[in-house]
Design a protein around this ligand. Structure first.
Ligand SMILES: [Fe+2]
Length: 268
């Protein structure tokens, strides 16, 4: 499996606190069946303004230490960029790091606040040839309340990445239910660990892989744990698949209301 979102590099943010912890995380990931990880320290204005040079230097050091430990894990540079005005300029000037320096950019938002300029930023990004990947929207209060927002992003070419631990219920029952619902509606393109250490957001994906197998079958699990992330780290283009709308549009009719109800109970 390939993990495109991880805070495994030490000393950059609230992720690993030492090289020892990074290597322990890498060891757990390898034992779990993860073969490649994109290391995505936060880039957040005012708190984690990490530099490209520091991340790239740390990747070189990490590769060296992994070799010395005999751990067969590929690691790639990246960042998890907290959306701000000016993000497109900073991508174009290469201040920010996309996922393995490809066209794919990992974005995050504040959990309680939908930036009014987000649609403009998405438009600007896609116009410039970037493909935004929205990190863990299942954990944002406003998408839980208004899931149509998430569909509107997908309509604009955004890919959706959920956190493995969300499927397990680590962030509560509502987030778990929403995550499963997104999966069933084919609104999840990637599942990643967002690992910060060895606690609740740890570097494991296998349990989530099993859950996706049970929900959607193994072909689909292979697609979102292998095929899509492999194309992303290689910078290859992806053909987006159709999703099943979360709510029927004709809800006002009696039949529409019934469909919407059945859709909530059993989305497929
Ligand atoms: Fe993260």
């Amino acid at each position: 499996m390939i993990d495109i979102h991880s805070h495994m590099l030490p000393h950059f943010d609230d992720g690993a606190r030492s090289w020892e912890e990074s290597l322990t995380m890498a060891d757990k990931a390898v034992n779990d069946g993860i073969t490649a990880v994109v290391c995505t320290p936060h880039y957040t204005k005012g708190s984690y303004e990490n530099s490209r040079e520091a991340v790239e230097k740390a990747i070189i050091e990490f590769k060296k230490q992994l070799r010395q430990k005999g751990l067969l894990l590929q690691v790639f540079p990246g960042m998890e960029v907290h959306v701000y005005n000016g993000v497109v300029d900073d991508l174009k000037s290469r201040k920010l790091i996309t996922l393995n320096n490809t066209q794919y950019v990992l974005l995050e938002l504040s959990p309680h606040f939908l930036p009014p300029s987000l649609n403009d930023i998405i438009w600007e990004l896609t116009t410039e040839g970037y493909i935004p990947i929205m990190a863990h929207p299942e954990r944002y209060g406003f998408t839980l309340r208004q899931p149509a927002v998430l569909e509107s992003w997908v309509d604009k070419g955004v890919l959706i990445q959920i956190t493995a631990a969300s499927l397990k219920g680590v962030f509560g029952r509502e987030v778990k239910r929403f995550s499963l619902n997104l999966l069933k509606h084919r609104l999840v393109h990637l599942v990643a660990t967002d690992s910060h250490g060895l606690g609740h957001r740890n570097p494991r994906l296998s349990y989530a892989y099993q859950m996706v197998c049970e929900e959607l079958g193994e072909d689909w699990a292979k697609k979102i744990f292998w095929e899509v992330p492999a194309k992303i780290i290689q910078g290859e283009s992806l053909v987006p698949w159709e999703y099943v709308p979360l709510l029927q549009k004709n809800r006002k009719t009696r039949l529409g209301k019934l469909r919407a109800f059945l859709n909530r109970v059993n989305p497929l």
